[in-house]
Design a protein. Sequence first.
Length: 176
Amino acid sequence: MVHSLRKYLLLDWSIFRAERETFAQQQVKQAEITSKEMPGCADGGRLAELTEQLNQPDWRVRLEATRLLANSRDARTAITLVQLLHDENLSVRWAAAGGLKRLHRAAIRPLLEELTREFQSTALRQATHHVLRALYMNGNLNRWEIEVYRSLERPTAGLQVAGTANRALIADRGRA
């Protein structure tokens, strides 16, 4: 009896998940957004449609839109992806972080700027650490950015991280 109930519950759960994923995909398709259209959106028309999807209350719709944005590998999306690191849903935040990792150096300045403003956000600090760790492992950080990465590893990260990020931004401005 218990075994058959378990099978029923697992089947019910798998049907629920499939329906949920199909619903999110349908919502994104209704806006006619495809990842092929994203890289060529010079006028921002498709980006505006995608931004509308990012503001939907359903996290599944936001997740699909974030994935499309992250897969575009367009440097112009860095600021939007950084803002998505504040999303209430963990899946959306990690999809945005994955997109930022794919942007390499183009993601660093928007991340540091957001870190100087919103250093209290634990979700932002965790996601920034995740992105900077990937860039650090690939050798894509300068010495100031490495300091930011290391300060994020400290248990007392907060205002100190904001100061370190600000110094990294000033040093970057000096080189430009």
